[in-house]
Design a protein around this ligand. Structure first.
Ligand code: SF4
Length: 486
């Protein structure tokens, strides 16, 4: 059978599959079908947009234009040719935690249906969209007629089965011309929380992946040429199967790895029995620029209680201190070795003006105590079916407080983010391993590979996809201005 996987990109509370990241969904399906003897081609939505919207012409942006991120992440394959040789098309799609993406745009159901209109091939929808998808925060999941698809299917494989196909999966890289950060799954479900907005406990019961299976997959992709990895698909890295041994083994087996980062961490685990030892190991075995994304969501005790959030403001603050204690040293690429990041969500149950005051006060304490935070992610909640949020409030609080969101967000950006960024990377700091990525007018935007890298604007148009070294010359609210240095 001739299968084509169409990657429209995925973003979930646990797990990122938006370029430069390569998510688990297309990799696992590719490995499974290929090892069963099928012919499998990998396409991105950018390939299909290039064919259907731009008639296969990739135009260079003029000096007044932006790089067209709708067609930035094409594969080596031509969608037009591939579709005429496809029996079954598997569409991987789904955004549960919408973010801002520098050089990619995930597809929506509406977009993919319109792009595939008139193409006569058996089509299966899979990925997080099986539960719903929404590219814009503050909204309900996208409502479209799924009858367009011949089937809606969950391809979830057991970790044992994933382990059997990792070498075959890794050969997907032969179809992708640019660098990808390989998102590695270390667990499924959530062992720590029942947060009102989150789909993770609905998708899976908690199951940890064995250390050996994680290491085996990293090694397989490393042997296939990947050098950038994030152990990022999990609710809490600290609860992984032997996290210290896992990091040690990866470094031993993959000596030339360039990026090894983690993502989610539960502040309670950072404070746990082995929390400090795991933190030290992350600092020792991962690469600099690493961040623990602490899902605090709100520092308002009323909201914490109403939404069954798993972290109290006090615990979050203690976890921030521990990570700073071991990770705040600067690494060889110019960034700190390991710092905390904070997620804040607007629109949760019982949100009020007091919630914003509590958030600002807690973040001000972090600033006053001379601690470092690498980033504060603020997003409006999306409402998904089956969640406590949907049952109890839907988008009631988003509707009620939306009028304040710009002000609240701006206050956090001005009062906290800006001084924090100046403290993190003062003028004159040199950052290496920076890659030129896209143009916006006469500015080239660049970043390092890794988990939530800083966006760097450099004056002028530099050749894209090249490695440079920059010196910080100025700060914007959440990004920096750099100058190329030799
Ligand atoms: S801790 Fe909460 S937000 Fe994080 S995965 Fe678990 S349920 Fe979801």
């Amino acid at each position: 059978m001739r299968y084509t996987i169409l990657d429209c990109y995925t973003d979930e509370a646990s797990g990122l599959g938006v370029p430069p990241y390569l998510g688990t969904y297309p990799r696992y399906i590719y490995g499974k079908l290929t090892s069963e003897g099928h012919d499998v081609t990998y396409l991105t939505i950018d390939d299909v947009r290039l064919w259907r919207k731009y008639k296969n012409v990739k135009k260079e942006p003029s000096v007044k234009e932006k790089t067209n991120i709708l067609v930035y992440n094409t594969t080596k394959n031509s969608a037009e040719k591939v579709f005429s040789n496809t029996d079954t098309l598997i569409v991987v799609l789904g955004v549960h935690v919408p973010g801002k993406y520098l050089s990619a745009l995930p597809g929506t159901l509406q977009e993919v249906i319109s792009l595939l209109h008139g193409i006569n091939v058996h089509t299966i929808l899979t990925g997080p969209a099986v539960l719903g998808t929404q590219l814009e925060g503050g909204k309900f999941f996208e409502k479209v007629d799924l009858n367009f698809f011949d089937d809606v299917k969950d391809f979830t494989m057991s970790f044992d089965d994933v382990g059997k196909i990792v070498t075959v999966s890794a050969s997907i890289l032969t179809q992708i011309p640019s660098t990808r950060v390989i998102e590695i799954e270390t667990s499924r479900g959530c062992n720590v929380g029942k947060c009102s907005f989150c789909t993770e406990p609905l998708k899976n019961c908690f199951v940890n992946r064995s250390k050996s299976s994680v290491v085996k997959e990293v090694k397989a992709f490393y042997n296939a040429g990947a050098r950038h990895f994030r152990l990022g698909k999990q609710a809490d890295f600290y609860s992984s199967d032997d996290p210290i041994g896992m990091l040690k083994d990866i470094r031993k087996n993959c000596p030339a790895i360039e990026v090894l980062h983690i993502d989610n961490a539960n502040p309670n685990s950072v404070l746990g029995l082995k929390g400090e030892a795991i933190t030290k190991a992350i600092v020792e075995y991962c690469t600099p620029g690493n961040i623990a994304a602490l899902g605090v969501e709100s520092f308002d005790p009323v909201v914490v209680k109403a939404n069954v959030l798993n972290t109290s403001p006090l615990v979050a603050l203690k976890a921030i201190k521990i990570i700073n204690k071991y990770g705040a040293e600067r690494g060889e690429n110019g960034m700190h070795k390991f710092l905390p990041g904070i997620n804040i969500i607007f629109g949760l149950i019982d949100e009020s003006k007091q919630t914003h005051t509590a958030n600002i006060n807690a973040l001000q304490t972090v600033l006053d105590e001379n601690l470092l935070l690498r980033r504060i992610n603020i997003r409006q909640v999306s409402v998904f079916p089956g969640t406590l949020l949907e049952k109890k409030a839907g988008n009631k609080f988003v509707r009620k407080n939306k009028q304040y969101y710009w002000k609240w967000r701006n206050e956090i950006r001005q009062k906290i983010d800006f001084p924090m960024l100046q403290r993190l990377v003062p003028v004159g700091t040199v950052l290496s391993e920076v890659y030129t990525e896209m143009y916006d007018g006469k500015t080239t935007f660049c970043r390092q590979y890794g988990t939530y890298p800083l966006i760097i604007g450099v004056k002028g148009r530099l050749p894209l996809k090249e490695k440079i070294k920059i010196k910080v010359v100025d700060h914007m609210l959440r990004s920096i201005v750099g100058e190329v240095v030799e």
